[in-house]
Design a protein around this ligand. Structure first.
Ligand code: NAP
Length: 246
């Protein structure tokens, strides 16, 4: 059975992606950092629908926890065919003059180091000829090209780094049967905006979006599902914007 690991799979875009991939037939590994109830409720829902899933707690910013998560996946029936690097953090809206080294490092350690560590472990398992190949999708952000001025330049920088990872790794592993792509969501209705200090941020900014509305997590999940699928078998190193024209 093909296994798909979705980091930060318990809420928001990760949750919608986990549900979709389970419906597509993957055995889904729902990674989360702390909200065990959300992760377990999602596993329950997937199983109720006839799918297969299990949850694994791991902070992707911590190398030992990443290693333990992949060791757990190694014990499961099936092989790792897909990785969605979805877990990401941002903190309270601030101009650059308000940033601290501690905050910047927390953003980079999760969004960049965590992504690279998960890529490393996935590639080790997927790469031909010992592995069976696979596909990776990095969940970046429109912030990578817009820069998120006055709000989260640190976060935007981390997402630009993710785009560079998508480009570099896609070339590095293209001949080993692994495709690596990215999706760059715009304003999506999730709880992440509360972490930035403004739970209703998407509604406030909806009128500034060319399509005049925020996006739903399911609209991002559909792109991820397509990029992972055989329908995208000749697509690698690509970034798809899902930002309503922004
Ligand atoms: P969210 O609703 O805040 O959910 C975050 C998920 O990531 C949760 O499952 C959380 O686990 C997990 N997580 C956070 N830090 C983690 C860590 N260190 N290790 C493991 N898991 C961790 O987020 P979202 O809005 O769906 O965002 C998902 C991705 O899309 C992020 O990379 C984000 O940057 C990107 N994105 C979002 C938007 C948007 O408008 N929402 C726009 C562009 C890009 P717990 O539940 O245990 O806390």
């Amino acid at each position: 059975m093909n296994i798909a690991l979705v980091t930060g799979g318990s809420r928001g875009i990760g949750r919608a992606t986990s549900l979709l991939l389970a419906r597509q037939g993957y055995r889904v590994v729902v990674n989360y950092r702390q909200r065990v109830d959300d992760a377990e409720a999602l596993v329950f829902q997937i199983e109720k629908e006839g799918g297969r899933a299990f949850s694994v707690q791991a902070d992707i910013a911590d190398e030992q926890q990443v290693l333990a998560m992949f060791a757990r996946i190694d014990q499961a029936h099936g092989h790792l065919a897909a990785l969605v690097n979805n877990a990401g953090v941002l903190f309270t809206q601030s101009r650059v003059t308000g940033l601290t080294a501690e905050r910047i490092n927390r953003v980079l350690t999760t969004n960049v180091t965590g992504t690279l560590l998960c890529c490393r472990e996935a590639v080790k398992r997927m790469a031909l000829p010992h592995g069976k190949g696979g596909a990776i999708v990095n969940v970046s952000s429109a912030a990578a090209r817009l820069g998120a001025p006055n709000e989260y330049v640190d976060y935007a920088a981390s997402k630009a780094a993710m785009d560079a990872i998508t480009q570099g790794l896609s070339l590095e592993v293209a001949a080993q049967g692994i495709r690596v792509n990215g999706v760059r969501p715009g304003f999506i209705y999730t709880e992440m905006h509360a972490d930035g200090g403004e739970p209703h941020r998407v509604d406030r900014l909806a009128a500034s979006i060319p399509m005049q509305r925020g996006g739903q997590p399911e609209e991002v999940a559909e792109i991820i599902g397509w990029l992972l699928s055989d329908s995208a078998s000749y697509v690698t190193g690509s970034l798809i914007d899902a930002a309503g024209g922004r």
